[in-house]
Design a protein around this ligand. Structure first.
Ligand code: SAH
Length: 419
């Protein structure tokens, strides 16, 4: 989502005047740091980075801070680092051209409605496009700062989405990634425009776009995984068979304390349904360890879900108390060493599972969309189920979807040959 926000800002700036991206700090006239704030570490990193930029930037170059940390710290960023020229929140990226020339401007309004905003076109990768289908988040997960930084959840009208995707397809994107904090809650509320459509309806509508070959989305919420959605996921040939099902914890009592809205059993039931309807699909997840009150037994429940679902991909984090969240004030905060030990155990077991999953790919044939040229005469792409695949080849493979036989496996990627 942050990568997409950066693309939006680049597109908007380019509408105003031509900008070019640079990897050389001493060349840049404008430096924008697009921040995250789900955990504390990136916030600390922001201020050290501002220091580095101050030291090495070209004289007169501007520094802007964007994203979620900008949203929740606002003008305090300028107080602490007066060299920062402007601050622009995660929900206000369309206003970048209004702040870029205004000394110490701060735009962090979370009521600001970007849901009908037509952004200019800019893509990091010409072969695929990211498309926001909703902004904000209406959940009240007790650990999460996102609703405070990105504001209420509003869906973007489906006709606008079809327009945007059609445009992207027309300029070479065969694959799109639909983005939202809870994509499968799409259609619950719109801004100015009234519409009756849900996420399953949106998937069907988008699938009709000619030339669009692959649809991905992130992230769905386990609570909104109704049967119709899972059936559409399994049966629609344009939908890539990779699904993120963020668990957070395997313990029903912790899930309740987190206000996730589902139990361990509900979660397992949804994953079993995915495995049954679509055995070729890969399931990824997010897990937080050391949430306040997490007992050894709670953690065992998380390990149990890992064992049963065998997630192909895992993003795991130590709980980090965040401002504007309920859990930050919970009493039973967990000792850092215990949380660290649990994280290590979880990741170690997951690595074993992942090695088994990847080893089993040897000799299999995957359909891969090639989108990146790599050094050493190689090209990479993603298989339908989301695995990174390399083959020997050059430019002519880019933008092609081909069947690849896997000849070598490793934990992070697969090597193969065209069949
Ligand atoms: N909307 C998504 C979450 C986006 S944040 C969802 O509901 O699943 C991405 C991930 O960061 C979360 O899934 C969670 O695992 C992690 N995260 C969020 N807040 C956190 C916190 N306070 N400490 C540790 N990890 C956190």
């Amino acid at each position: 989502m942050n990568v997409r926000d950066s693309e939006h800002m680049i597109a908007e700036l380019n509408r105003k005047e031509p900008y070019e991206l640079t990897q050389n700090l001493d060349e840049a006239d404008l430096i924008i740091i697009n921040t995250c704030s789900v955990r504390e570490k990136p916030v600390a990193k922001l201020f050290s980075e501002i220091g580095v930029f101050n030291k090495h930037k070209k004289p007169g170059a501007k520094i802007g801070v964007a994203g979620c940390t900008a949203s929740h710290l606002g003008k305090d960023i300028i107080k602490r680092a007066p060299s920062v020229d402007f601050v622009i929140g995660a929900r206000n990226v369309s206003k970048i051209t209004q702040v870029v020339d205004k000394k110490h401007a701060v735009e962090i309004d979370t009521d600001y409605d970007e849901s009908t905003y037509a952004f200019g076109e800019y893509r990091t990768n010409p072969f695929k496009a990211m498309v926001n289908i909703s902004i904000g988040c209406d959940k009240s997960c007790t650990f999460c700062i996102v609703p405070a930084t990105r504001g209420d959840e509003i869906s973007i009208p489906s006709d606008l989405l079809v327009q945007e995707i059609t445009k992207a397809v027309g300029t070479g994107a065969k694959e799109i990634m639909l983005l939202g904090q809870n994509v499968n809650n799409y259609g619950r509320r719109f801004g100015a425009v009234e519409e009756k459509i849900d996420f399953t309806g949106l998937l069907r509508k988008i699938s009709k776009i000619e030339g669009l070959e692959r649809i991905r989305f992130t992230s769905p919420h386990p609570l909104h995984m109704d049967d119709a959605f899972l059936e559409e996921f399994a049966s629609n040939p344009k939908i890539c068979k990779q699904i993120h099902v963020p668990l957070q914890s395997g313990s029903t009592s912790l899930l309740k304390a987190m206000k996730r809205g589902y139990t361990k059993e509900n979660f397992l039931d949804r994953c079993e349904k995915i495995r049954r309807l679509c055995p070729e699909a890969t399931i990824s997840t997010d897990i937080i360890v050391g949430f306040p009150g997490e007992s050894e037994e709670d953690f065992e429940d998380t390990m149990d879900v890992l064992e049963r679902v065998r997630f192909e991909q895992l993003f795991s984090f130590k709980y980090s108390p965040r401002p504007h969240t309920e859990a930050a004030d919970f009493e039973a905060q967990i000792d850092n060493n215990i949380a660290g030990e649990r994280l290590t155990r979880l990741q170690k077991r997951h690595t074993e599972i992942l090695d088994e999953v990847m080893d089993a790919q040897l000799g299999k044939v995957h359909t891969v969309y090639f989108d990146e040229l790599k050094p050493g005469g190689r090209v990479s792409g993603r298989s339908d189920d989301g695995k990174l695949v390399f083959v020997e080849g050059s430019e002519e493979l880019l933008g092609k979807i081909s069947d690849i036989k896997i000849t070598k496996t490793s934990r992070g990627a697969l090597d193969g040959v065209l069949v």
